[in-house]
Design a protein around this ligand. Sequence first.
Ligand code: ADP
Ligand code: MG
Length: 704
Amino acid sequence: MRPDHFTPLFASAQSLTGIGPRLISLLKKAVRLQPGTTEPRVVDLLWHTPTGVIDRRAQPTVAGATPGTIATFEVRILKHRPPQRGNTKAPYRIATEDDTGALDLVFFRAERKYIETMLPEGSVRFISGRVEAYGDKLQMTHPDYIVTPERRDELPLLEPVYPLTAGLSGKVLLKAIRQAVDRIPAMPEWQDAAWLAARRWPEAQAALQTLHRPTDAADISPGSPPWQRLAFDELLAGQLALAIVRQSYKAQRGRPVTGDQRIRRRILDALPFALTNSQMTALEEIAKDMAAPNRMLRLLQGDVGSGKTVVALMAMATAVEAGTQAALMAPTEVLARQHMETIQPLAVKAGLRLGLLTGREKGRPRKQVLELLSEGEIDILIGTHALFQDDVHFKDLAFAVIDEQHRFGVHQRLALQTKGGDTGANVLVMTATPIPRTLLMTHYGDLDVSRLTEKPAGRKPVQTTLVSLERLEAVTDGLRRAVSEGAQIYWVCPLIETSDVSELAAAEERAAHLTQIFGSSVGLLHGAMSGAAKDAVMAAFTANELKILVSTTVIEVGVNVPNASIMVIEHAERFGLAQLHQLRGRVGRGSRQSFCVLLYKAPLGETAESRLKMMRDTEDGFLIAEKDLELRGGGEVMGARQSGAPEFRVADVPGYADLLAAARDDAALILARDPKLLSPRGQALRQLLYLFECDEAIRLFRAG
Ligand code: ADP
Ligand code: MG
């Protein structure tokens, strides 16, 4: 249970004064939500960090003010001069002064009542905004702040600027965030005192305060002491949580599983190809882990198209040979169904009984799957998040595979693993993201890794070209030729920041445009479609009835249509490198020469150009991932944006790799000395874990 004093922080943001149902839906767009939450909470506002400041500290006399600058004045309100009746264009002017001169306040389309209450004649007000020269007079149009002397504190002299969304004003957000800061409870220091002193880092509460009430523009830079401190807090929480998970994992007895090869042999016989050496090595490593008495947690890393699915299938077959069950969890409905379709024919030949469970199986069919599962009549269950719902009971789950791991959180991994009863299931996680070492550490701690380093035989390099959107017609001409020669094409539409709606509109528009050229052989796939509609489109594309599949980024993971040989990515400059690499990996799977066309909007910035050129020049996933990390920082590479799940709240800072290494060492040291976090520092660290919502790690203390 989270300590009581954190409760106000984890309440909905609606509990803040001034935040009602309308604003909460705007906040939802502006603020990053944590996975598993549906609306912003107070704590999420704390992590909504400013991107700049407006400096209102200049408090000149009116006579000494410089036109064009932002200034804060203390003025007397002299006289209101409303526009003449009927003249809606003329502004409402208010004459004010201080001891040195006169300043007019100017309001267009003013609401008279409001202005009269805000600025009664004869009163004194603090106002802040941009000073303008109007003829030989000074004026300020729509001051940003108007406050009474008693409420002067509400006028931020150094105003943090936050990422906003249409309809949400900075002032409203600022007010909400300030309340959030006021809700931070007194917290014990969880960092090592000497370490803090050496770095001159403030206390956590003070750091958050400074970030949201800066006294210097430098305070809100990610390199500033308060920010660095919080980044380190987040990294330490993450590393500690991972270390705890690993520790309890290793300590718990696992489930030794060994097979007799009989099902695997049948699968190999049924495969139209031989396994590559690295597939075989990976399988040996996995089998060894499975046979060992402690719990298995291994990562299978293999570039797109490297053939992870068949490795997973063989490993699952091992569990079935041992008389137990296996599960395969995919991040999306489309992908789960695709796995089902690929595995089904092999399963039939090998005598494996499959079941499918996604969010779409409901009512009777779902009930039936659950029954068969608990009776042990299903050997391998394939599905989505639906697999770890409470009423899913396996008869004897000994092995779970999680595909495209980076889309799932630690707690989801644990939830699936606990479906394996007291001993827990052995877990294999698979990812196509070639995760650099530093990131592996952040997300998995020390994890056993198998890598698929070779591509299956017969895969041909994909020829990548960069084409400006201005030459769209040349591209469609080329596609017309390709289609007439039997090729199939993916056309991925741009990612548009913060707006799913326009992303969809762009895809629809492109589909309409291509339909004019190619007629009914164009299909459209997007995230807002119903599951059945998605299936139908995917099936038609797989069956080669559709020649061109226009989609938003929903196809990005795992889809396998070998005959598709051309990938067009529109506004490629808006995608992350890792994402482009994944998309490109959808082609080059069949016998045809494959192409990837990166359509960009000219002119490209220098970085954007070097990124796209890098894509053109290499297909090496590792190189690309490392470059991506260098260019975009940690969260992006792991697919934070792709999944909508934030990876870091504040830890995406310069020097992050060093902080991470330090956090990891610190976590190891802490647990070596105090494995149950019972010492005073240990108790404080528990609070850190709660603050960063690593609750699942703490839960393990009680479970274990
Ligand atoms: P990913 O690692 O991206 O999940 P898949 O498992 O979808 O890759 O495999 C991509 C394609 O390669 C599939 O069509 C699969 O049948 C094929 N494949 C897998 N292993 C081999 C192999 N050893 N030889 C030839 N083709 C293979
Ligand atoms: Mg795959």
